[in-house]
Design a protein around this ligand. Structure first.
Ligand code: HEM
Ligand code: HEM
Length: 172
């Protein structure tokens, strides 16, 4: 049995957005400070980040309403480990998204040059650095844990040759 189409769609949009957001964040520094290029790339990061907030909200609502939930593919400790990894991913995503919003807000950045957010702690460098670090730490944790999670799914598919990966593929 596979997950339903909505769950599958939401899973892959999440994965795509996380990787894109992380990649975008890495290239922000390529543009000179104060220039419009840098403002635009950062704004795109914030815009896609807000899309991910909507996607994750829908995902959690759907999971607790009509979404199909499947039992762990494996019994025993491995099943528990898979559940734990999924829970860590949800928590790390929540922390990263909340810290992302706080980061935008504390920095008081311009959004595509259209308007500027008013910082909630202007001139408070320590708070700004702390929020930036929490955001960075949570996003890096997602990447590492999701990498392990993806490797496990690929191991199931190509080595154990079972149907775990197909549970998350349309028509699988
Ligand atoms: C899971 C989703 C996200 C990922 C993977 C991600 C990733 C990152 C990374 C790796 C950085 C660079 C950290 C550093 O070097 O200081 C960053 C910076 C930032 N992120 Fe995110 N982020 C996500 C979501 C968000 C959201 C939802 C927002 C706001 C709505 C946001 C706003 C920002 C801002 C304002 C910066 C600072 C950019 C700069 O240094 O110029 N992020 N993000
Ligand atoms: C940033 C990337 C990713 C994130 C944040 C992520 C997150 C998650 C989460 C939270 C679940 C649990 C679903 C639930 O029960 O509510 C899940 C399930 C799953 N994911 Fe991912 N995922 C990512 C990338 C991937 C990749 C690249 C693959 C495949 C190579 C993959 C394959 C799967 C599979 C097969 C399941 C179902 C596992 C099962 O039924 O036991 N995921 N993912």
């Amino acid at each position: 049995m596979t997950y339903d189409r909505t769950t599958i769609w939401l899973h892959w949009v999440t994965a795509f957005l996380v990787v894109t957001l992380w990649g975008l964040a890495q290239i922000i520094d390529f543009w000179p400070q104060g220039g419009s290029g840098r403002v635009n790339v950062r704004s795109l990061h914030v815009l896609l980040g807000m899309v991910l907030i909507v996607v994750m909200t829908l995902r959690v609502i759907w999971r607790h309403s009509g979404g199909r939930r499947l039992p762990p593919a494996e019994g025993g400790m491995l099943g528990l480990l898979a559940k734990l990894i999924h829970a860590v991913l949800y928590v790390a995503l929540a922390v990263a998204l909340v810290a992302g919003v706080a980061n935008t807000w504390v920095r008081g950045d311009s959004f595509f040059g259209l308007f500027k957010l008013v910082s909630f702690a202007p001139g408070d460098r320590a708070t700004r650095l702390l929020i930036g670090s929490v955001h960075e730490l949570a996003t890096n944790a997602i990447l590492v844990v999701a990498g392990f999670h993806a490797a496990a799914a690929l191991f199931h598919h190509f080595v154990q040759r079972d149907g775990v990966l197909r549970r998350m593929v349309p028509g699988g």
